[in-house]
Design a protein. Structure first.
Lengths: 160, 290
């Protein structure tokens, strides 16, 4: 089978990989680039566990072909922490115990990061609507929403 | 998906040629939020995937001749962020941005929503109520088609071999005009319309409705435009009598199926209720533009 050569930028680093024509971006991230933080929950864009940011837009990487990534800038959960220093969202998820099994967490963190980049001061309602495409079967969402709101507050303080 | 082939042409003409050459298995890839799901579910046999997003003009929004031109693959998020478009066509924008989650909004497009040809497509009643037209590119060149002529049955379009929707055009706005879209779903987000209603209207200088279009989704094999429902609004101030006539005409226009989302009886009843509520919103918005 013919494999397609793709060049892209992932978390600031140039990457190259070969993809099968039907492979999704999620397949390429996990299987070609060994970035296994993004998860496959449903494979149909319903659960958000595969959320990544492509050219500044939050998307489901299971609904994008790897071949489409040519020349694109991709951010994944692996680029969220600065070395060993956690991103404020990651720290607040720990502080609030906003995860249990953790499978949905990378996707929710990426979605929350995109939210706070678009809107540094979201209301709880805005936060809940923004995260409606990220399913969590453990937490009941309350602790997630509290962690995101708390991280937003802290990040606003740092900015001032 | 082992037989799948991917091409990303740089021009509309090249895309039309690739689609035509790929035959019935060739598929247009815009946002992919329907296409990839259908491929994965095995509902589509893998063939040539023609990614149209590298074609100049297929993503973006511009004002032209007093109206708006929306590239066929423009994602919902971009549509929702466009202030001038939102001011002129609030109903089209709210319909487009209701679709799916934040993640889906990062990719899902109007052309995709039209050409997936679901009777429950959220943006389609709003586009039809808005008298939107589509610029269709194919191997024979370009033609302009009314938005309500794209879908002909669930999952089936009127597009010929090699044709795809390149852009969507919204006409110039007369003064005192506005539109609205409402849908009914059992939850608040992430669901498929049980009924959708799009209303677009213009008022005369005296505040009476002088033009109206009413389109209903998920109550027939395709989204329907009801002339009787529109006629119920014309010449009125959308008072209770007009709304009762609109409600009856909307219900009369329905020929829904019963499925897990709602019975035919329920859909018909809700179509009347949603038509009323949508007309009230569109009328209030038009009045603010007096």
């Amino acid at each position: 089978m013919i494999r397609r050569h793709v060049s892209a930028t992932v978390n600031g680093d140039p990457v190259e990989f070969l993809s099968h024509p039907g492979a999704t971006l999620l397949d390429a991230l996990r299987d070609e680039l060994s970035l296994t933080g993004s998860k496959e929950g449903c494979g149909s864009g319903d659960c958000g566990a595969c959320s990544v940011i492509v050219d500044g837009r939050l998307i489901c990487s299971c609904l994008m072909l790897a071949a489409e990534a040519e020349g694109r800038r991709i951010q994944t959960i692996e680029g969220m922490a600065d070395g060993s220093a956690l991103h404020p969202l990651q720290q607040k998820f720990l502080d609030h115990a906003a995860l249990q099994c953790g499978f949905c967490t990378p996707g929710i963190l990426m979605a929350a990061k995109a939210l706070l980049e678009a809107n540094p001061e979201p209301t709880e309602t805005e936060t809940r609507y923004w995260l409606a495409g990220n399913l969590c079967r453990c937490t009941g969402y309350d602790k997630i929403v509290r962690a995101v709101m708390d991280a937003a507050a802290e990040m606003r303080q740092v900015r001032v | 998906m082992s037989q799948l082939d991917y091409v990303a042409p740089a021009s509309a003409e090249e895309a039309a040629r690739a689609l035509a050459a790929g035959g019935t298995l060739a598929k247009v890839l815009a946002g992919g939020t329907d296409l990839l799901v259908q491929l994965r579910a095995g509902r589509l046999a893998p063939g040539t995937i023609v990614d149209v997003k590298r074609i100049p003009g297929v993503i973006g929004i511009r004002e032209e001749d007093g109206g708006f031109v929306i590239g066929g693959a423009t994602p919902g998020a971009l549509i929702g962020e466009h202030e001038a478009l939102t001011r002129a066509w609030p109903g089209v924008v709210e319909a487009a941005t209701l679709i799916g989650s934040t993640q889906i909004q990062g990719r899902a497009s109007l052309a995709g929503n039209l050409c997936n040809a679901s009777p429950a497509a959220d943006s389609v009643p709003a586009l039809i109520a808005a008298s939107a037209t589509c610029v269709v590119v194919g191997p024979e060149g370009r033609r302009t088609v009314a938005a309500d002529a794209i879908a002909v049955a669930p999952g089936l379009t009127s597009l010929g071999p090699g044709e795809f929707v390149f852009e969507i055009r919204l006409p110039p706005r007369p003064p005192r005009s506005a539109d609205a879209y409402l849908r009914s779903i059992p939850r608040t987000e992430m669901d498929i319309a049980v009924v959708g209603a799009g209303v677009n209207l213009s008022l005369d200088a005296g505040g009476l409705v002088c033009e109206a279009r009413v389109a209903l989704g998920a109550v027939a094999p395709t989204v329907i435009l009801s002339e009787a429902a529109a006629a119920a609004l014309v010449g009125t101030r959308v008072d209770e009598a007009a709304l009762a006539n609109l409600d009856a005409a909307a219900r009369e226009a329905c020929s829904p199926i019963s499925d897990k989302r709602g019975t035919a009886l329920f859909r018909t009843k809700i179509a009347g209720v949603l038509a009323r509520r949508t007309a009230i919103i569109a009328f209030a918005r038009a009045g603010e533009r007096a």
